[in-house]
Ligand binder design. Structure first.
Ligand code: SF4
Ligand code: SF4
Length: 474
């Protein structure tokens, strides 16, 4: 359904759709930039300024090897400047794959009769969460199909169940949600359950393509989805995540539209989305899409580097859809969160063996490493894997903004908290070899912090952790 004002009860300016396809194309179709223009835009980003749509388009149109290299180098150095060395880890947990929508790119579409449909019972859910806690996970994103059964109350109830599962030293400290758009009242109910981020991806921002790939179901309504996170804001959820599924339409259009979506939030709510996700289409059961738009590795790594430069203060989430090699390259561009030890099969975390049957999954996972393998590798590459949830639990609201705008925030909070949650993991879940490596990294990072006044407090907390205290943070 293409937007028509009478189809919507527009409450005010905030709920108005904000993507103008012709405008986006006009930026892409403008003249090719000179090398100087490209460098100027990179320099502006390196000064930690947000880029305009026009400037992002200049980077998109940069095509020579040298220019692409300069963009990637820029993203790397911005990461060094802004983010420090922590990478936050989480795991997705599929709660139910009943779905009334028919998205041509998804294995769980309603017309796929081969898909095995499951909704976790409370007991199943507890079992999955216990298993995740056993590996050391502390942050989950719960994923739901779009179905009347998964209404706001169902979502809120599952969030509460997850928070109540405690096994040994294990507990889930932050539950994020990836589910269908709700109305304002629905978002309120879910917010009251104590969620972290509510994530809704537009999939494609291109209205005609959107109409084409969403064959039937409520999701066919482009604007209901586009304005969903505005309704979430209205309901008091100011921690939201946006995303596009790359491969449905021209990646340049999707990239500019994501930036346009960020602009919309910044203009209307004074704070951008917490995170942007950029999943790329992989093989799914019964995949039925125009393959012309599939994004090559070369374009994909370029687009992530551009995104980093375009929105220096927005968290970027990379998922296990990508291979370990691509993940390793993109991590250098300042990705702030990745999933680890992911299993997207329904009830998958309690299965001994991963299924080879893609009818049981929404899409294909290309990084099958366990959480510990990923932790181990991050540590070896000088990253501090983090399970930090401090701001959200201390009510430091708007943390994704404070993180970058408050001087020294990362040094004072994020890095020490990453170290503490890593130490907790090493004590409770890591095999000896990872533990040894991890503590070595911690000593090195504490050393690098020099005489900072927080270092002594951090050292005290590390001692307490070794003595058995848990959940310590700044
Ligand atoms: Fe349903 Fe989501 Fe799959 Fe679409 S992408 S068919 S809404 S589970
Ligand atoms: Fe995120 Fe706050 Fe922890 Fe930093 S201290 S990693 S901003 S929760």
């Amino acid at each position: 359904m293409i937007y028509h004002p009478e189809n919507y009860k527009i409450r005010d300016e905030r709920m108005k759709p904000f993507i103008d396809a012709d405008e986006i194309w006009s930026y892409i179709n403008s003249e090719k930039p000179s090398p100087e223009q490209v460098q100027q835009v990179i320099n502006k980003a390196l000064d930690k300024n947000r880029l305009s749509l026009e400037e992002v388009a200049i980077l998109i149109k940069a095509e020579t090897e040298e220019q692409i290299q300069a963009i990637k180098d820029g993203a790397r150095s911005l990461k060094e400047k802004v983010y420090g060395h922590r990478i936050v880890l989480f795991a997705p947990l599929y709660i139910g794959n009943l779905c009334t929508n028919n998205c041509s790119y998804c294995g769980y579409k309603s017309s796929n009769t081969k898909a095995v449909r499951v909704t976790l019972s409370p007991e199943d859910l507890i079992e999955q969460v216990e298993k995740l806690e056993d590996t050391g996970q502390k942050r989950l994103i719960l994923v739901y199909g779009e179905h009347p059964r998964y209404d706001a109350k169902f979502i809120a109830d599952s969030v509460k169940i997850v928070y109540n599962v405690k096994k040994g030293n294990g507990e889930i400290r932050r539950v994020n949600i990836n589910a269908a758009p709700l109305d304002i009242e629905g978002f309120r109910i879910v917010k009251d359950a104590g969620i972290g981020t509510y994530q809704i991806f537009q999939e494609t921002y291109h209205p005609e393509t959107y109409d084409k790939v969403h064959l039937s179901g409520k999701k066919k309504d482009y604007n209901w989805r586009l304005t969903a996170l505005d309704r979430a804001q209205e309901a008091g959820i100011d921690d939201v995540g946006i995303g596009a599924l790359f491969g449905l339409y021209d990646w340049r259009f999707e990239l500019l539209s994501l930036v346009r979506h960020v602009n919309h939030f910044e203009t209307v709510y004074n704070v951008g989305p917490h995170t942007i996700s950029f999943p790329r289409i992989q093989n799914a059961s019964d995949l039925n899409i125009d393959k012309n738009y599939l994004v090559s590795d070369k374009d994909f790594t370029k687009l992530v580097a551009i995104l980093r430069l375009a929105v220096p203060y927005t968290g970027l989430i990379l998922t296990a859809r990508e291979s370990a090699e691509i993940r390793d390259e993109i991590l250098q561009f300042g990705v702030s969160q990745i999933d680890g030890g992911t299993n997207i099969e329904m009830k998958g975390y309690t299965k001994e063996e991963k299924s080879q049957n893609i009818d049981k999954e929404q899409f294909q996972i290309n990084d099958n490493r366990s959480l510990n393998e990923i932790m181990d590798e991050l540590i070896s590459n000088n990253y501090i894997p983090s399970f930090c949830t401090a701001c959200y639990r201390l009510g430091r609201t708007g943390q994704h903004f404070m993180e970058f705008s408050v001087p020294g925030f990362i040094k004072k909070f994020c890095t020490p908290n990453a170290i503490l949650t890593l130490a907790e993991y090493l004590e409770d879940y890591a095999p000896e070899t990872t533990k040894e490596k991890g503590y070595k990294l911690i000593s090195q990072k504490v050393e690098e912090m020099g005489d900072d006044k927080y270092v002594s407090s951090l050292k005290e907390k590390l001692t307490l952790l070794k003595q058995g205290k848990r959940d310590l943070y700044f």
